[in-house]
Structures are given as structure tokens and as C-alpha cells.
Design a protein around this ligand. Structure first.
Ligand code: PLP
Length: 372
């Protein structure tokens, strides 16, 4: 289907990248990088040029998220997937409980399940259904995913664990920056930067409360093997002097900093307002079309970062996606592969222009009605 569908010129978006990660990196960031000439790329990450860049990133995150002063920031290689294991080896004492709402939160649970000293418990919902984390007796860590990228389900309420010995850890990979959360209630808030912060894959970024730092010290004193690349004390020490754990991609750091500068010009409140505007638009569109249905039924759990929309089986999404990709009009708008649904999954990230989003919906309407 859709082999003969031709997108009219006036509907071609300014950029075809609508994927939920890796996400659209503005081309202007590359020209800015070029301007740094031989002063940054190819220089040591333990020397001033890169240290200053990392410092700017720390300052930018502190400003954007209004981070409590006593929170530490650590950055290292490996991304969120690596960080699941780093948390399991160095931050969990003996037991973690995982509130899972899709593939990524389940991956985190599975990572902890394989660590011999962790008793991991899964509290799962059916895909597309939301759940907020709660304190569960007997677990020293609560794990949840702010924005489940596979299903488009968010967490909108977190428990207060400040008085207990429990750590609250949040994987904020595709929500950080755009899905609201009171970070002062979170002990370990982490993400990979290739989503709203328009970096590339490969890094983890984490904000740690004093409680999380104390926990890292406590666990490192146990008689437990922790791989050298997962040394929490070293990561924290390096974070304090604006360095990454080991050698980073400097290009990636540069992109993140450019994006932070743009987002800080607006501030978190305004960025969230713009995200909600796009979310309102796309869910309203899906609600009105008889061939579409919003995957996440409960409004309070619907993401303002990743929209998941089922399409009537009469119109195969893989065919539609192929047609749009072949015409270089829209990339990466299919549902998460393992979900196995006839689904669209569309980025509402900060760099997605609302006019482009409107055009994309018009293209989809046109394509589907042309086959009806
Ligand atoms: C919510 C979430 N967690 C973890 C990951 C894994 O991130 P990475 O591939 O950077 O390790 C992803 C990737 O898309 C994600 O969306």
C-alpha cells in the first residue's frame, strides 16, 4: 500500500527527522562546532578546553533543572543501558523494585535480576497503561522510568523517600527536559542525551542527591566486586572537577551544550509549555480521526515527549513509513519494533517544530484517505 502516494511539495516539512532517538540534531550545531577549529576536537578531556565545556554543561543543567546545590553531576560513557548495571553494582544494597511500563523499564529490571546479590521485583502494567512508583517495604531502591519510550507512558507522581533509607532512581532518558518531575525528590536522575537534549548516543548523565552519594560510599565499602569502569567514587570525584569518567566524544558534549543554551534561553517552564502544546495538538488530531486511536488511554499518563498512536490495521504502518522514508519526508515514525502493533510513534521533542508536526499529520491524513 501507499506505493503511488506522492507528498505534495507544499506539505514537505523543513526536516524529516521525527524519530524519538537518536533525535534531530540541528545542523547549526555542526557549523558552531566547526568554528572551534583545532581548539576543542582532538584535545585532552583532562585539559581546560574540554573541562570548560563540561563545566558549562554542568552549569547549564543546574540552571535548567534548578538542581539543589548539594546534588552532584556525573557523566560517563555507556549510556543509560550501561548505567542500569552501574546502579545495580554500586548503588543497590540488596533489593530493588521496578515499576515497569514498557520495554526499557523492563530491560532495567532484567539487568538487576541478573546481578547475583540483587533481589529484583517487577511491578508491571500492561503496555500502554501507566503506574506511579510507590515505596514497597523491604527494597532499598525504587526504580521507575519517567517517559517509557516504547509505549509513550509517563510517570506523573513520585513518592517522598527523603526520610527513609530507600533510594529513588529515575531513568529519564526520553523525558528529561520536557516531562515534569521534582528532581529534589529523586536521588538518582539519569538519562542518555540523544533525545530532548539533542546529543548523540554513548553517554550517561546523572544527577545525584547526597543520599545517593552516601549510598555509593556505603556500597563501595562492601566486599563486592565492582568493575573498574563502574567505580562510583571515581565518577563522583571526576564530576566535582568537571571531567567525564573516561574519554568522551567531544562532539557529543558540544551538541548537548548547544542544546542546553537554546533551552535555557526559554527556561524549563516554557519548554514544557511548548511540549504540551504539541502533545495537545497531536492527541487531538488522533482523537478526531476514525482510522487512528491514542494508545495511552489515561490522559494523565500520556507523554508530552513521545506520542504513540495506533492506526487501523487496514493501513499498514510499515508501508506508510517506507513511502515517507523513500520520499525523504519523514524518518523513524514507526512504533517500537518489539511492540508488534500497527502504530506510529512520533517525537514531540523540543527541536520538533510544531509547523512540521502539523504538516506530518496532514501528510498522514492525505496518504490514508488516498487509500480509502
Ligand atoms: C527510557 C530509555 N531508557 C534507556 C534507553 C537506553 O539508552 P542507551 O541506548 O543510550 O543506552 C533508552 C533508549 O532509547 C530509553 O528510551
Amino acid at each position: 500500500m501507499f506505493e503511488n502516494f506522492k507528498v505534495p511539495n507544499e506539505l514537505i516539512p523543513s526536516d524529516p527527522r521525527f524519530g524519538v532517538g537518536p533525535s534531530k540534531v540541528p545542523m547549526g550545531y555542526l557549523s558552531e562546532l566547526l568554528k572551534t577549529g583545532p581548539e576543542l576536537l582532538g584535545t585532552s578531556h583532562r585539559k581546560p578546553a574540554v573541562i570548560n565545556l563540561v563545566k558549562e554543561i554542568h552549569t547549564g543543567f543546574r540552571e535548567y533543572f534548578n538542581l539543589p546545590d548539594d546534588y552532584e553531576i556525573i557523566i560517563g560513557n555507556g549510556g543509560a543501558t550501561f548505567f542500569f548495571d552501574m546502579i545495580g553494582t554500586g548503588l543497590v544494597k540488596s533489593s530493588s523494585v521496578h515499576f515497569t511500563t514498557g520495554e526499557f523499564s523492563t530491560k532495567w529490571f532484567k539487568a538487576h535480576s541478573k546481578i547475583p546479590w540483587i533481589h529484583a521485583t517487577q511491578k508491571s502494567t500492561e503496555f500502554g497503561v501507566g503506574v506511579n512508583p510507590e515505596v514497597v517495604e523491604g527494597h532499598d531502591m525504587i526504580c521507575c522510568t519517567l517517559n517509557e519510550t516504547s509505549t509513550g507512558v509517563i510517570v506523573n507522581k513520585i513518592p517522598d523517600v527523603t526520610e527513609s533509607d530507600t533510594i529513588l532512581a529515575v531513568d529519564a532518558t526520553s523525558g528529561a527536559g520536557q516531562v515534569p518531575m521534582d528532581i529534589s525528590k529523586v536521588d538518582c536522575y539519569f538519562f542518555s542525551p540523544q533525545k530532548i537534549f539533542a546529543g548523540e548516543g554513548g553517554l550517561f548523565i546523572a544527577f545525584l542527591s547526597p543520599k545517593a552519594v552516601n549510598r555509593a560510599v556505603e556500597v563501595s565499602a562492601l566486599d563486592r566486586y565492582i568493575p573498574q569502569i563502574m567505580d562510583w567514587n571515581f565518577a563522583i570525584e571526576k564530576g566535582k572537577v568537571f571531567q567525564t569518567y573516561n574519554t568522551p566524544s567531544i562532539t557529543n558534549l558540544f551538541f548537548i551544550n548547544e542544546q542546553l543554551k537554546q533551552m535555557n534561553k526559554l527556561g524549563e517552564k516554557e519548554v514544557i509549555r511548548l511540549a504540551e502544546q504539541k502533545a495537545d495538538f497531536i492527541y487531538d488530531w488522533a482523537d478526531k480521526k476514525e482510522y487512528l486511536s491514542i494508545f495511552v488511554k489515561e490522559k494523565e499518563f500520556r507523554s508530552m515527549a513521545v506520542a504513540t498512536i495506533d492506526v487501523d490495521d487496514k493501513y499498514p504502518v510499515p508501508d506508510l513509513v517506507k513511502s515517507l522514508r523513500d520520499q525523504k519526508v519523514a524518518y523513524d515514525i514507526e512504533g517500537y519494533r518489539k511492540m508488534g502493533r500497527n502504530q506510529l510513534r512520533i517525537s514531540l521533542f523540543h527541536n520538533i517544530d510544531i509547523d512540521d508536526l502539523i504538516m506530518l499529520t496532514e501528510i498522514i491524513d492525505l496518504a490514508i484517505t488516498s487509500e480509502s
